[in-house]
Ligand binder design. Structure first.
Ligand SMILES: [Zn+2]
Length: 322
């Protein structure tokens, strides 16, 4: 499942290539057809990510909400105005993996014939986007969209989104800074209310929105937290530092389009990604990059959790293990 950084990149992509434009919205597969008619021919006004969900606001006040889930993916194509507008490169497909351009030859001649189960298709004068296999794709009233967002915890990419908005001339630096600070405060407070292990709480989208399995494992390692420590046992100071670390690695993810959490001095020989990208993720049984312990694998919150028993101990233990 894409983690929050991918969805934020998607929001930027929609803003860049479709923002302010009238879109033809359809559902080649048919399943989304009645809802598509509600926004067909409307102008795209806003594009926001909140955690793993994308909210596209149209000028008729309706909001398209998309959650990719495990199998969903967007695919894009268009002419040079369309690809040139993209601030994240010219992505043709965004899902679990963000790939470079496909080999698509010849001048742009409009969207291709839909292939497979295209739930939603958005078309502008310069390009198109096809959505396949999402876990949610629906059109909401502003009130319904607010109620969905109210159930989500704060988003660590609030500051990154604010910078993007500011670069586009929307809002003020003070407003965006205030929003980022409020998000941090909210996270500290929500984590303090959790008796569940921090390894479980980080996957709870009501505690914070956007962290998935890779970021969870990596930030717990980087902050030397034992994943089984109850959320309420983590001090406000440490919870704040945990938030700051998540903000830092996820913001890098938005910039890079992939997750890399290691510091240069902790990397071994071989390519940076994926071999040297992580401290613990999918490194079970291998020696920790920082100590002599082997990386462990446990099942937490129904997902595989990778961690280092040497580095990640309860308060009092020295970092670095042995
Ligand atoms: Zn270690």
């Amino acid at each position: 499942m894409p983690e929050g950084h991918s969805v934020h990149r998607l929001a930027r992509q929609f803003d860049d290539v479709f923002g302010g434009q009238v879109l033809a919205v359809s559902s080649p597969q048919g399943r989304f057809a009645p809802a598509a008619r509600l926004i067909d021919g409307a102008r795209l006004a806003t594009s926001h990510a909140h955690g793993k969900q994308l909210f596209l606001g149209f000028e008729n006040d309706l909001v398209l909400r998309v959650h990719l889930g495990l199998y969903g993916a967007w695919r894009f194509g268009g002419d040079e105005h369309f690809t040139g507008a993209s601030s994240i490169g010219a992505p043709r497909k965004v899902g679990e993996t963000e790939q470079g351009p496909d080999a698509e030859s010849g001048p742009y001649q409009g969207p291709p014939e839909p292939v497979g189960q295209v739930r939603a298709r958005l078309v502008s004068a310069h390009g198109w986007a096809d959505l396949r296999g999402p876990s949610a794709c629906e059109v909401l009233t502003p009130r319904e969209a607010s109620s969905v967002r109210a159930k989500l915890g704060p988003d660590p990419l609030t500051a990154a989104a604010g910078e993007f908005e500011l670069a586009k001339g929307r809002g003020t630096a003070v407003e965006h800074l205030r929003a980022a600070r409020a998000a941090r405060k909210e996270f500290v407070s929500r984590l303090a209310g959790k008796k569940t292990p921090v390894g479980t709480a980080l996957m709870d989208q009501a505690v914070l929105a956007g962290v998935g399995n890779i970021y969870r494992a990596e930030t717990l390692f980087r902050t030397r937290l034992d994943p089984f420590t109850p959320g309420c046992d983590i001090s406000a100071r440490k919870a704040g530092l945990l938030w700051d670390d998540i903000v830092s690695i996820m913001s890098d993810g938005v910039r890079d389009g992939k997750i890399i959490t290691t510091r240069p001095e902790h990397r071994g020989p071989g390519p940076l990604w994926p071999e040297n990208a992580y401290y613990t993720y999918q490194r079970q049984g291998r020696t920790c990059r920082l100590c002599t312990s082997a990386i462990s694998l446990s099942e937490v919150a129904g997902r595989k959790l990778y961690w280092c028993p040497g580095c990640q101990r309860r308060a009092g233990a020295r970092p670095g293990g042995t």
